[in-house]
Write a protein that binds this ligand. Structure first.
Ligand SMILES: [Fe+2]
Length: 290
């Protein structure tokens, strides 16, 4: 796959979509770029985009599925109702876009919390492991997923004309082939121990172990970060982008004000489960990983 094919442009207003091509691009790890999402902010919503509304120390403001209050904004904050309205509208819109573009997934998607990010990307100071300006695939230390897919719908809502800039790296199999030989082995009993200690919410499978270490190994290798095949993409205000973030190698470089909706999907509910990171890693490892 060439770097250019890692990005596929989608016009949501097109009268018809080539659904097979779209799902094929998504499932092979491309980032689908929607230059203009049919989603407008009201003047009140735009005026409420201020990091001062985020509870100190939180990266995200979030709304659980079907939730009625935001996490990360004080209930007494005068902007709470406006921001809640914005995030709720986005959750509903993102579901509609995914249902339209990927009807194959409709009966199988599990909605995760919707998030609103008010902070500027460039000024976040964090450890290398949490530094999302380094290319990585998503894997959550406290939430082993045993191969479940992470589908994300992002939108840049910057009201000042600023793009949100991403880098997109190599396709998943290329990344996996490069790093797999260097990853530490999971020591016997560690999965049960982490579970018993409450460190993980579910049992950490071999798949989860590999994905966590893949995430870390990519971020730790600065030579790889500089030299691997990659492209830089500025997503303009009003644009959206959709990807399986457990598969598409990505890094966020700059920007401020973004909405994001996550969905979970079991790999067997993909159009072609053989394209999932789980299947790719099992093929490369030559054994079952869950
Ligand atoms: Fe990420």
């Amino acid at each position: 796959m060439t770097q250019d094919s890692q990005i596929v442009s989608v016009d949501l207003d097109a009268p018809t979509h080539d659904l097979d091509r779209l799902i094929g691009s998504l499932e092979t790890g491309s980032v689908l770029h929607v230059p203009t999402l049919p989603f407008q902010l009201t003047p009140d919503e735009r005026a409420s985009l201020d990091p001062a509304h985020a509870v100190k120390g939180r990266k995200n403001i979030s709304l659980p599925p079907a939730g009625t209050a935001l996490i990360g904004v004080e209930p007494a904050d005068p902007a709470h109702a406006t921001l809640l309205g914005l995030v709720t509208r986005y959750a509903n819109a993102a579901r509609l876009w995914i249902d339209t573009l990927f009807p194959h997934y409709r009966a199988h998607l599990i909605a995760a919390p919707t998030s609103l990010r008010l902070h500027r990307v460039e000024t976040r100071h964090t450890s290398w492991r949490k530094d999302d300006s380094r290319l990585h695939v998503d894997a959550f230390p406290s939430r082993p997923n045993q191969g479940e897919r992470i589908l994300r719908v992002f939108m840049n809502i910057n009201p000042h004309g600023e793009p949100r800039v991403w880098r997109v790296g190599e396709d998943f199999e290329t990344v996996a082939r490069r790093f797999l030989p260097r990853l530490p082995r999971q020591w016997p009993g560690s999965a049960a121990l982490f579970n018993a200690l409450g460190i993980t919410k579910r049992r950490r499978s071999r798949y989860d172990h590999i994905m966590m270490h893949l995430h870390d190994a990519m971020k730790a290798d600065m030579a790889y970060q500089r030299s691997c095949a990659q492209i830089t993409l500025p997503f303009a205000p009003g644009a959206g982008w959709i990807c399986f973030s457990d598969q598409a190698s990505h890094a966020v470089m700059s920007g401020q004000f973004m909405l994001e909706q996550t969905f979970f999907l079991q790999p067997q509910d993909m159009a072609e489960p053989e394209r999932a990171p789980l299947a790719i890693l099992q093929r490369l490892a030559g054994r079952s990983l869950i």
